[in-house]
Design a protein around this ligand. Sequence first.
Ligand code: BGC
Length: 806
Amino acid sequence: MTSKEKFNNLIGKIVNRFTSLSQDENAGAESEKVVTKGMPELARQLAAEGAVLLKNNGILPLKKGSTVSLFGRTYNDYFYVGYGSGGDVNRPYNINIADGIKNCDSLNLNEGLHSEYMKWIKLHPVSHGYWAHWPLRYEEMPLSDETVIAAKQTSDAAVVTIGRSSGEDRDCDLANGSYYLHDEEIKMLDKITARFDSVIVLLNVGNIIDMSWVKHYGDKIGAVMYVWQGGMESGNAVADLLCGKVSPSGCLSDTIAKGYEDYPSSNNFADKKRNIYEEDIFVGYRYFETFAKDKVLYPFGYGLSYTDFDIDLIKSNADENGFSFTLSVKNTGECSGKKAVQLYISKPCGKLGNASRELVAFKKTKELNPNESEELTLYVDAYQLTSYDDCGATNNANAYVTQAGEYTFFLGENVRDAKKIYSYYQEETALFEQLKQVCAPKFDFTIMKADEIDGKTVLSQKPVAKEKYDLATRILNNLPQEIEQTGDRGIKLGDVKSGKATMDEFIAQLSNDELEALTRGGYKMNNPLGPKGNAGIYGGVLESLREKGIRPIVTTDGPSGIRLVHSSSLLPIGALMACSFNTELVSSIYKIIAKEMKERGSDVLLAPGMNIHRNPLCGRNFEYFSEDPYLSGKMGAACVEGIQSEGGSACPKHFACNNQELCRNTNDSCLSERALREIYLKGFEICINDSKPKNIMTSYNKINGVWCHYNYDTCVTVLRKEWGYEGNVMTDWWMKPSKSIEFPKLKNQAYRVRSGVNLLMPGGERVTNEKPDGTLLATLGKRDGITLGEIQESAKRVLQSVIDIN
Ligand code: BGC
């Protein structure tokens, strides 16, 4: 251990002593470890279904009775989840790969090698660091030739685990040991591949890492599989895959490029102040498939299986609402398995420029036996054919349009191999939906554009379309009506629920202090009104509010389970869930989480995490799903449906453009309105439309100069007015103090409420952890101040959610 690591460990111990929750697997050990019925089976199934097999020369599945040599210390010190609020779950148990192999009937563990590792591990225990100083990997055991030779003589195959982590407030590094292999890992692989003929490499990671070494080792490595961070059942799932009890069926939710520099965001990622999204809508495969096919190692949607499938179109149908495609998927191989089918569209390049492929639908089959087929139907809504014109190039500024030209659908097993199945030609460009300009940049920069020249799509640049409207007028024209205050008339919130009184009559009774209290949480995380370890409460935060029948609503983190002192199930990470392409499975697992929430006293799970994987180094990619907004949106909706199945609430986060952890509270995501709408808001839009979450959380960063917790346009113009969202918009924990540019009298809480962010969580000031900062009521009733109607409207949303969450 280096002296810096030793120092960090010491600081970590001190910091962790003063925090109620910690990532340490033994934290909260005093609480009873509860295993929820049905969860181990589903968690194991999901962990296996999200694993992505990238290479297999036939070595997998391992033959029955094989003895396996496990290398790479993370086979034991497994990264079950990433670090931070999204992973800090006091799980009832963890199964690492050694346990998984021991539990597996058809594989044997090379015990000699295992005991050598265990001796070394005892002398070199891992440290989980502390907040924002989480480890990105662990020190590796040096291997002697004798160890490897002995292992080879006593086993049939080497399974090498490469482990990586990252977390909240901690991006991955573009360095050895994080994005790249560490020298210790290269030495380990060199030694193992020099002796073993059968080598399998497993990636226990939360993010995509550099994969150029696969080519370097060539035939010396027989199989490579991303097993991600699979939650508490990780090891059992890995063993199921190795022995062939389960055939891999995961597909990449991100493109794996040849080099980091090939990702179009790489020039701008990790700037401390401003991230210019110069790639515009060309994120992930949208960039690679359009402009740089040769820079791809493994395309989006790619994933091997132990069996083969035929995918055939049976019929297609088009009407004014969209398209449907019925297809048959047949297992033509020798063992059973599942297949995710993917449908892409190619829209005309036209004046706006489009990516050459966009995912528009997907479905996964059930487990198909050899020779068994299943019929699936995929739907595409007419809205999915549109492109957003943010600059007026089609003479329809700030509108979704369908451009004239050829629309082609491609069906298959990944973005690169999908085959053309249907196309049609549209004569004229048509307006689909006229909207308003929102959040456009205020300064000049250039963005990527696709142009069609001589039938070929080429990359060009164009200036970003800038802001052209007056936000103050937009806001003032939309101020809510005030409800005349009556004082307490004895109406309880239950009377509103039962229909005996109206919401307005109830609100009319509330004093200004009560209204203020409803627009913020109860100040503290780990609030005494909720179970130990909660993230904070809202609703009944004052005695007088509770007397009126408003109960405290308890929030807990998510997404990988419930973050409490009480033990709760630890789920696979979001990136793995997305790779499963199995929304039904994801929804079922969160249904069980919904039961756990009810049993443990959590009303709102601060999940799912829905930001786009813009760059492979983002520290929270593990919590998020994909580089693709459609996949993210559908996965998000599946989580919300599951979480809300028992009457609680989900809280998709972080709305929006939280694509980097470095300087996450101050960073400015600068992007075009089109990229904002088509990429970064789209997943949220799909999720909200499909699953109606009762809460949503803003992000810490700015969008084009405006903090997301003061962003009227994302939170009101788009979210509430365009999408019809009716739930709470809460801040991420605390927020940055600031003054409104449009309304200089409004500071902090008044600025926030005017921007439509109706709930400050966990409330109060960050430093003192108590009392409101006074800024909400300071200007009430004064000229150019906040209005009573706005505060009442904010409170109304909270009250409605108290009614809805039961
Ligand atoms: C994170 C959120 C989390 C909240 C409460 C914040 O630091 O960004 O994702 O839900 O804390 O723990």
